[in-house]
Structures are given as structure tokens and as C-alpha cells.
Design a protein. Structure first.
Length: 353
């Protein structure tokens, strides 16, 4: 299964689900990252040429409006041009992004985000609490929004300068994680007034600015000097292209057509043999066999249990991921904040049962 691009590449995981399904296994993704042809600590190579990252992705955005694309893997590509209130680190913790800090009220049903001062979107509009309020309201109300289901616990937002107060329908201490990266990549409210135009002309406050966009094919992005963390962005240009077939991607990496790509696990061996750097990262997605417990014979819980015992998840993982995967009994990878080390696999492969 294909990996997710950028610095993290989660690929499909499988899990043990309730009685409605039997889990199979997890897959890991492979990334290939040969050295950039010109990349130094200041963002330029030793020759003084600009550092360019040529990235082939299987998830080239069909939509550049984050409200529309925010529910899928494409949010990683959109993160080139959009920033969020927070980020989520490798341990699952929320860390600052556009918001420098936040705090909850005593009851836990209200959280105030304090935005960094002086930030602007690429169209010159200010990044303030009104922009946060507009982004949340648009994600909740826009007809083609893919995010409204993620925001049901948010009742309203109050904008006060650089302070955005999020009022909740219930106590919820996961809002900083929720509004990080995928769910709330914030677009300029002025540009978002025309969602159809924003969909192919992104206007954000992220690390890069879109200079050229060929829908579904290619995007050329330049480093945003006004990004709040611009000093840590050492790439001047990103050329994002829609990846061709897997074998062609490996060939392109080998010849320097691309610097970076996500690939199928089936191509990892060929990539290594070509001398490319292959990186593997656990993912969060689950692969499973779903059973309809409203139809015979699966109305009988014992039959469902029998199916669980009958599935050799290890064999599934080995054949599907070419060795880049593992079975699991829960929907979270090891090391993630929600992973439960005490959880045991209660459905080991045992056809005799």
C-alpha cells in the first residue's frame, strides 16, 4: 500500500475491531529521499544555487481548499501552503503553530488560543482570531466540507484580537490536538469568500507560496519569507508533481527526476538495490474484514469469533506489505499517546477454535 509523503509516511495499519469486523494487519510505508542536489544550512547549496525539492506524491491534491481536502492524506501536501492553530508532534502532543499558546477554563468546556502577533496570509490579510473563527465556521457550514463531523463538539468561537475563544458543547481536552494540522488548516477569510476560486488558488500562511499550479499535475511553491518559522525552512522551492506508476517513480528517483517520493512496499527492494535511501514509518490506517452482524450466519457471535480465529493476520501482512508491516490488536501504533501496552491480542490465529 502506498505511503504518506513528507517527513512522515504513515501507511495502512490493521486493528482488532468490535464484533462487526475481524482485523488483518498493519502495513508500513516506504519513502525514498536521495540527497538534494543543492541544499545547505542557509537554504542554498555550496555553489550558491537555490535548494529545490522535487517531490512525487501519490496524493496530489484534487482540491486546495483545506475544508474540502482536510479529511484525507492530502493535508500533508496542503501543509506546504497552509498552517494550522497547532501541530501534532511524533508523540501525539499538540505543540504551537499559528497559536503560540492556549489554556482551558476551569470546567474544561472552553479553550482560548493566543495567536502569534504580526502574521499575515499570502494575500496580506492578517492572521487573527477573526480568521480562526471564519475557518471553523466555514468548516462546519460549507456544503462540501469534509470536516464538519470533526467539529461537532465546538458550539461557537469568539474573536478578540489575537485571542480566539472556542466554546464547546461538552468538556473536551483534545481540542488542541483536533485543531492541529489536518482539521484546521487556515485559509485567508478574504480568499475563502470565494471557495471555488480558493480550491485552485490556495491562500494560506504556511511555509511556502504557490507560484504555479497545474490542476492534478504539478505545483511549484516558493519559500514564504513571512512564515512564522521561516528561519527553519531551508528549501527555496518545492516542485510537487503527481506520481506516475510505482516503477516509474523509482526510476525517476534513481535518475534525479525526483528527490523525494512515497512508494509502494512492493517497490522498496528495487529502491534499495538502486542505492536509494528508504525510510519507513508506522501508520494509523487500519485494514480489516468487515462482517454484517445483521445477516446470517454472522448474527451468531460464535461465528464471528470463529472468523477471527480463522484469519492468519501475519500471513496477510507478510504478503500485502512485503515485510514492511506488522499485526496489531488496536488502532494505535506503539509509541503513540493512545497506545495501550497492556492490551493483549485475544484473537490469535487458531483454526482449531
Amino acid at each position: 500500500m502506498p505511503g504518506r509523503p513528507l517527513s512522515h509516511a504513515p501507511a495502512p495499519r490493521a486493528r482488532r475491531l468490535p464484533r462487526t469486523a475481524t482485523a488483518l494487519g498493519t502495513a508500513l510505508a516506504a519513502l525514498l529521499v536521495p540527497a538534494l542536489s543543492a541544499c545547505g544550512g542557509s537554504g542554498t547549496g555550496a555553489s550558491g544555487t537555490a535548494a529545490t525539492l522535487k517531490w512525487a506524491t501519490s496524493y496530489f491534491p484534487a482540491h486546495w481548499d483545506p475544508v474540502v481536502s482536510g479529511s484525507g492524506a492530502q493535508f500533508r501536501e496542503l501543509a506546504l501552503t497552509y498552517a494550522s492553530l497547532t501541530k501534532v508532534d511524533e508523540k501525539g502532543n499538540a505543540v504551537p503553530d499559528l497559536a503560540k499558546s492556549w489554556e482551558y477554563n476551569a470546567k474544561g468546556d472552553e479553550v482560548t488560543f493566543h495567536l502569534r502577533p504580526g502574521l499575515k496570509f499570502s494575500d496580506g490579510e492578517p492572521v487573527d482570531a477573526r480568521a480562526v473563527k471564519a475557518a471553523i465556521e466555514r468548516a462546519k457550514k460549507q456544503k462540501n466540507s469534509a470536516l464538519f463531523g470533526d467539529l461537532t463538539s465546538i458550539r461557537s468561537v469568539t474573536a478578540n484580537g489575537l485571542d480566539a475563544v472556542v466554546h464547546l458543547t461538552q468538556v473536551d481536552h483534545q481540542i488542541p490536538q483536533l485543531l492541529g494540522e489536518r482539521v484546521l488548516q487556515i485559509a485567508s477569510p478574504k480568499a475563502a469568500a470565494d471557495p471555488a476560486k480558493l480550491d485552485q488558488h490556495p491562500v494560506g500562511a504556511g511555509p511556502f507560496l504557490v507560484k504555479q499550479l497545474i490542476p492534478g499535475t504539478k505545483a511549484v511553491l516558493a519559500r514564504n519569507p513571512d512564515y512564522w518559522d521561516a528561519k527553519h525552512i531551508h528549501i527555496d522551492t518545492v516542485e510537487l508533481v503527481s506520481a506516475p506508476d510505482p516503477a516509474t517513480v523509482v526510476s525517476g528517483l534513481r535518475t534525479g527526476v525526483y528527490n523525494f517520493a512515497d512508494i509502494e512496499p512492493s517497490q522498496a527492494k528495487a529502491a534499495k538495490q538502486a542505492g536509494l535511501d528508504v525510510f519507513v514509518q508506522p501508520g494509523f490506517n487500519a485494514s480489516n474484514i468487515s462482517l454484517n452482524i445483521n445477516k446470517a450466519p454472522f448474527k451468531d457471535p460464535k461465528v464471528v469469533d470463529a472468523v477471527r480465529y480463522a484469519v492468519d493476520r501475519q500471513e496477510f501482512v507478510d504478503k500485502l506489505t512485503f515485510g514492511y508491516g506488522e499485526t496489531t490488536d488496536q488502532p494505535f501504533p506503539k509509541g503513540y499517546v493512545a497506545y495501550d501496552p497492556a492490551s493483549a491480542d485475544t484473537w490469535p490465529y487458531n483454526p482449531a477454535k
